[in-house]
Design a protein around this ligand. Structure first.
Ligand code: DGY
Length: 314
């Protein structure tokens, strides 16, 4: 039997299925295992299944003497030293596609929530502050339809956001490493920043995109623009974003991801009424999280058997 380490309980039947073919050692908690827990158990494992909160660095990879595959239960792979794993001839597999629609739905939800002040409105009612009957200038937001959506990154999630934007008759512009055959105009980054009413970040986090949106870049956004991020927090320099919000240089932001997760209870972002915050929920639907478990487990088994996994990071 194969020996496998899994760093988190997964929804559905998939870990049970895996245990028919492999000896599984499982971290049972909902919080991440300490690195020492992984290191002390990984030496004889042929496969490990991790989530995005476990940093699989050289130290872990070097402690794993028999490792053939690192299967991550995520589309992002910024927590794994992929180059070093490859050097060591270890496959890295991931779970794209299955979470594309759920993530694009959340992005659109955030976009509408911040544009139409949905969360603010909810808070007003709960705080007993809805004191006047309807009047024409109360809590006005920004029209979503016919506005310009800028998408930074045009991978699977970017394209799924584009599809939704079409239903809202939005003009869509995008910037990404390469051009795509999509119904949207490719523009340079400056134009994207200058022309977007809503800027949606969908790029992966890597050396090139780390703090890509810093003070200088964010200053190029319109004062009426909204920033939406459900990719990785560190694509945006969060301190710079706070500064931009304090200076009222943009109209608002909707963020599902942060440089540090969970964010601190006194994080300055919490003070802004024009900022919508969600706790990294992009793929958080019952259906998607189960499908991710299926793919992560299948990737692991196929790789252990020497077969081609469903999704390998190349
Ligand atoms: C991922 O998979 O990388 C998302 O951030 C969480 O689903």
């Amino acid at each position: 039997m194969y020996k496998v380490l899994i760093t988190r309980k997964l929804p559905g039947k998939w870990v049970h299925e895996l245990s028919q073919e492999a000896e599984v050692e499982l971290w049972e908690e909902d919080y991440p295992p300490p690195k020492s827990w992984i290191i002390s158990r990984v030496a004889d494992k042929e496969g490990i299944l991790v989530t995005l909160t476990e940093r699989v660095d050289r130290e872990i990879i070097d402690s794993a003497k028999r490792l053939k595959v690192i299967s991550t239960y995520s589309v992002g792979v910024d927590h794994i030293d992929v180059a070093y794993a490859k050097e060591r001839n270890i496959k890295v597999t991931y779970t794209p596609e299955v979470l594309t629609d759920a993530t694009a739905d959340l992005i659109f939800g955030l976009l509408i929530a911040v544009a139409r002040r949905i969360v603010e409105g909810d808070k007003v009612i709960r705080a007993g502050q809805w004191s006047l009957p309807w009047f024409p200038t109360y809590m006005l937001g920004k029209e979503v339809n016919h506005s310009t959506l800028g998408i930074l990154g045009m991978g699977r999630i970017g394209q799924a956001v584009l599809k939704r934007a079409k239903g809202f008759d939005m003009r869509v512009i995008y910037h990404s490493r390469k051009r795509h055959e999509v119904e949207a105009e490719f523009v340079d980054l400056d134009t994207l920043l200058r022309e977007s009413d809503f800027l949606v970040v969908t790029v992966d986090l890597n050396k090139e995109t780390y703090h890509l949106l810093d003070y200088e870049k964010l200053s190029k956004l319109k004062r009426t623009a909204f920033l939406i991020n459900a990719s990785r927090g560190a694509v945006i320099n969060q301190q710079d974003l706070v500064k931009i919000l304090k200076e009222n240089k943009i109209a608002g932001a909707a963020l599902d991801v942060f440089e540090k997760e969970p964010i601190d209870k006194d994080d300055p972002l919490i003070q802004f009424p024009n900022v919508v915050l969600t706790p990294h929920l992009g793929s958080a639907t019952v259906e998607t999280r189960e499908r991710m478990a299926e793919i992560a487990v299948k990737n692991l088994i196929l790789s252990l058997k020497g077969e081609r996994p469903l999704y390998e990071v190349t």
